[in-house]
Every structure is written in structure tokens, then in C-alpha cells.
Design a protein around this ligand. Structure first.
Ligand code: SIN
Length: 299
């Protein structure tokens, strides 16, 4: 029987004594999912799982998404996205080194963004004193919404924002001078698969019914229906607000960690404070969610 230990933080809990390599009984799965919705992020330590087991566990949550950056699919497993600064014996990157360099919500640029992501750490970099590097920060979009002034909450009702893959691509490419960078330009065919999409600025969580501030620095381009300058100022105010320190949990990785986070109720940022020969090697799946909607009824 596994234990759930909530963090002393705005979000997150550790699940203790669980082996994700083994199928979970229906009642255990339900207890885990309830904890996931309560805490937005679950940490499973010491998971020694294969790609097949990672996929099998992820699939219990829904249909898996295949990332548009096909260069970094784990060979033989298109549902697994490799995130790594490591290169093979021919100098070829084995994964995307640039992942998460700006605050974002995974795949908010598609009509049905990721319900959740499951990131498994195989190798974690450390500094000379043994302190882990390459932490990931997660901000609660529920807390962020709740902390908005009432006048701002009223102003946001009915507003929609545009989300774009090319926006985060361009932002990360512009940061190339900072550390490793290996995003691969999309072909015209791939670009057609990720057209810009509109989502409400405030959405209702599909399971908990809580209200969520659903804009992020990396992928949200603009707010529609407002004069350009007013929309740009509002978007900047919201994306800056969304990751204030009081909404943030910072995860220090250990090899074997598997983190599962809710992409509706969190957004995240990866710290790029390491470089080869310090190696970071992770594998990620993303589970398709529903189309974000705003439901005006109170939670
Ligand atoms: C991501 O943005 O999904 C990757 C986060 C990380 O590498 O820590």
C-alpha cells in the first residue's frame, strides 16, 4: 500500500513505496489519480522502468501525444521524447537540449493540450560538491488565478489568447548563446501540423472544476479582442504574475525520479545551469487532454 506525502509547497506530493513497472490495481490507480488532482504533481522516486513500462503507465491516463520535433523521439518509441544534453559517439545529440528554457505548459499550442506529462530521469548532473543541477520549477496556475485581484478576474472573463509552437521555437532559438541549443527547424509539412490555436485566458479544470490562469510566457503570443498595446500589456502582466515565487515548487532531481505533472494546473521552467561533461538524460511522455474551456459556474 503506497503512501502519499504532500510537500510543504504550493503544489506537489511524493508517492512512496510504489513500483510503476508493475500494473496498478484499479483502486490504487484511483487513489493515485485523486492525489494527482489534489496536488497537481506527483514525484515517484527510484523508478527503474523500461520505455515499455513508461509508456504502459502513461497510457492508463489517456492517449499519448507524439512530439512534432521528431528528431528527438526515442528510437523505436515515437511516444517518448528524449530530453538530454548528451551526444552519441558520432557527436549527434540523443535528445533535445533546449527543453523548458522558458516558462511554458506542455503542448498548449495544440487544440487539446497535454493533460499531463511524465518525465523520467535517467542521469542527473551535479556540481563538484554533489548538489544536483538542472532543477525544474513548477508554478500553480490555480494559485496564480486565485491571487488575481477581483477586477482582473472580471476583466479576463471571455478573453481568448493565441498559442503558437513557433513562438517558443523562436524564443529558444534566440537564446542560443546560452549553453547547448539543438532545436531542429520544422519542415513546411510539420509546420502545417501545428497551426496557431486560441484558448480561453481562464479555463476550468476538466476534473477538479477549479479556475486556472491559462497563459504562459513561452507559447502564448497575444490576447485577442483588445487593442494591441492593451493586450500586450495585459499578457505581460499575467505571464509575470503566473510564476511568482509564492506559487512555485522547485524540484531537485535524482536519477530514477519520475515526475507526473498536470499541465492545466501548473506551468514549468527547466534550469539550464549545467553543461557537458555533466550529463542530463530524461525521457518524457505527454498524455492528450481535452479542449480547454471556461465554465462560468463557481467551483
Ligand atoms: C519540459 O519542459 O517538459 C522538460 C523539463 C525539464 O527538462 O526539466
Amino acid at each position: 500500500m503506497f503512501q502519499i506525502r504532500p510537500f510543504d509547497a504550493p503544489l506537489g506530493a511524493e508517492v512512496i513505496d510504489i513500483d510503476l513497472g508493475k500494473p496498478l490495481a484499479a483502486a490504487d490507480y484511483e487513489r493515485m489519480i485523486n492525489a494527482f488532482h489534489d496536488h497537481s504533481l506527483l514525484v515517484f522516486r527510484d523508478q527503474d522502468i523500461t520505455p515499455e513500462q513508461h509508456i504502459a503507465f502513461s497510457k492508463r491516463l489517456g492517449e499519448l501525444q507524439v512530439h512534432i520535433q521528431s528528431t528527438y523521439h526515442l528510437p523505436g518509441y515515437p511516444e517518448i521524447y528524449s530530453i538530454s544534453n548528451v551526444v552519441d559517439e558520432n557527436g549527434k545529440p540523443i535528445g533535445l537540449a533546449d527543453a523548458g528554457k522558458v516558462w511554458h505548459t506542455d503542448l498548449s499550442y495544440v487544440t487539446q493540450p497535454s493533460r499531463c506529462s511524465l518525465l523520467h530521469a535517467l542521469e542527473v548532473p551535479h556540481d563538484d560538491s554533489g548538489k544536483p543541477l538542472g532543477d525544474t520549477l513548477f508554478a500553480s496556475t490555480i494559485r496564480a488565478y486565485e491571487a488575481l485581484p477581483d477586477a482582473t478576474k472580471r476583466r479576463l472573463v471571455g478573453l481568448k489568447a493565441m498559442h503558437s509552437y513557433m513562438h517558443i521555437f523562436d524564443k529558444i532559438t534566440a537564446m542560443k548563446r546560452v549553453g547547448a541549443a539543438n532545436l531542429v527547424p520544422l519542415t513546411e509539412e510539420q509546420k502545417k501540423k501545428v497551426p496557431d490555436v486560441m484558448h480561453p485566458v481562464v479555463i476550468t479544470h476538466p476534473y477538479t472544476r477549479k479556475k486556472i490562469l491559462f497563459v504562459n510566457e513561452g507559447i502564448t503570443v497575444s490576447i485577442a479582442g483588445l487593442p494591441q498595446a492593451e493586450g500586450a500589456a495585459l499578457l505581460q502582466e499575467l505571464v509575470d504574475h503566473a510564476h511568482k515565487p509564492e506559487f512555485v515548487y522547485r524540484h531537485s532531481w535524482r536519477a530514477g525520479d519520475l515526475l507526473m505533472w498536470d499541465n492545466f494546473s501548473t506551468q514549468h521552467l527547466a534550469m539550464h545551469d549545467y553543461a557537458l561533461p555533466r550529463r542530463r538524460r530524461m525521457r518524457r511522455t505527454t498524455v492528450q487532454g481535452s479542449t480547454p474551456v471556461y465554465d462560468p459556474l463557481p467551483t
